[in-house]
Design a protein around this ligand. Structure first.
Ligand code: COA
Length: 372
């Protein structure tokens, strides 16, 4: 029997604070009409001071774990796709591992820009298919509001914050993640980048005064890249799975710009209702956009059992990625009962106590042990 990775649970978290296009007109010289007509975005969510990429990832993970009805200790791999990690290291995935009490999990981050979630999904699915792992938590989470230049109208109107997560489980049944395509073209790295904060330009007075810790983008070039790569990756991933476009129930693309997704469905010759969009509510949440959109598509009853769904993204790197998924999760979604939620709450509190105890033990060991 061949193992396949099936989506067993999904969850999302978006911060409460809404920033509308009208709010942005108070910050930079722009208009609701310009943003709407150029991007389709009406509003986006902005993290509160206490939110971080990890805290949002943890909220999304809780939902996905509870939906899948598994124990955190069942998870044997955690992948967090992000370009706005809490720290360069430790990885955000390790912060999630500790907070949820996934005591048997390997954990690492993926940096593949807005394609990161599909990159992570593909890696996890292949490791599950190879029977190296059984249960993976794959998260896309971003706090882009912390790297956006709020004085640059060409970029600050585009982005938002949030997190989405899925649980993948090994199962012998047909369906699940059928195929994936991953690609990169580093020659376009300068089209969308964060110049400073790495080994090339470590933080200094100069990098701060030159605003080099903010995201820079050549919008037109990225636009051209996106509209060509999305249809190509979609065709390629379907071809690899031996499927055709006609069989696709829904395409869930990276939510960057309504014009990009419209141009892509047109290039594919598909009707507009075959592509999912929620960019109007969240803007571009980078690696979080596809899992958030997937959650909402399921909640809105746009995905049904045995549907063929294509997830397709593009982003900084440059990178692109697509996965063809035969949706095999039971629907309608079964929300955990109140007592189950309470039980999970106890587990997470236990994880926090466990984490604290380990820190205390380490502190005591460091204080009282004598070096040889
Ligand atoms: N409000 C009003 N005017 C704005 C503006 C804003 N927020 N941002 C830029 N402009 C102006 C520019 O200054 C320019 O003015 P000029 O002609 O006087 O120089 C004009 O609008 C056109 O700018 P341009 O960049 O050519 O616009 P565009 O039609 O290409 O749209 C994007 C800009 C960013 C919406 C579009 O290029 C895009 O969506 N690119 C892809 C971005 C993306 O998806 N990035 C993430 C990838 S993961």
């Amino acid at each position: 029997m061949t193992s396949r990775a099936h989506v067993a649970g999904w969850g999302k978290y978006v911060p409460e604070r809404v920033l509308t296009n009208d709010d942005l007109t108070q910050m930079v010289e722009t208009s609701d009409e310009w943003i709407r007509s150029r991007t389709g975005i009406l509003e986006r969510r902005i993290a509160s001071d206490s939110d971080t990429t990890a805290s949002m990832a943890i909220e999304a993970a809780h939902e996905a774990i509870e939906m899948a009805g598994i124990r955190p200790s069942d998870i044997d791999m955690i992948i967090v796709a992000t370009c706005t990690p809490d720290h360069v290291f430790p990885s955000t995935a390790c912060l999630v591992q500790d907070a949820i009490g996934a005591t048997h999990a390997a954990a690492f981050d993926v940096a593949a820009g807005c394609s990161g979630f599909v990159y992570g999904l593909s890696v996890a699915a292949d490791l599950i298919a190879a029977e190296a792992y059984q249960t993976a938590l794959v998260i896309g989470a971003e706090t882009l509001s912390r790297i956006v230049d709020w004085e640059d109208r060409a970029t600050c109107v585009l982005f938002g914050d949030g997190a989405g997560a899925v649980i993948l489980r090994s199962n012998g049944a047909d369906g699940g993640i059928l195929s994936s395509v991953l690609g990169s073209d580093g020659s376009g790295g300068d089209l969308l980048h964060l110049p400073a904060g790495g080994s090339r330009h470590p933080a200094s007075h100069h990098t701060v005064s030159e605003r080099m810790h903010f995201l820079k983008m050549k919008g037109r070039e990225v636009f051209r890249f996106a509209v060509s790569v999305m249809p190509d990756a979609t065709r390629q991933v379907l071809g690899q799975a031996g499927l055709t476009l006609e069989e696709v129930s829904l395409i869930i693309p990276h939510q960057a710009n309504r014009r990009i997704t419209n141009a892509s469905v047109k290039a594919l010759g598909l009707p507009e209702d075959r592509i999912y969009s929620n960019v109007e509510r969240y803007g571009n949440t980078s690696a979080a956009s596809i899992p958030i959109a997937l959650c909402e598509a399921v909640e809105e009853d746009r995905v049904h059992r045995d549907d063929l769904v294509v997830l397709v993204g593009f982003g900084a790197g440059l990178t692109w990625a697509a996965s063809a998924v035969r949706w095999s999760a039971p629907l309608p979604t079964i929300r955990p009962a109140r007592w189950e939620k309470a039980w999970y709450g106890i587990r997470y509190r236990y994880a926090a106590i466990r984490s604290l105890a380990r820190r205390v033990i380490r502190w005591i060991a460091a204080r009282f042990s004598r070096d040889e």
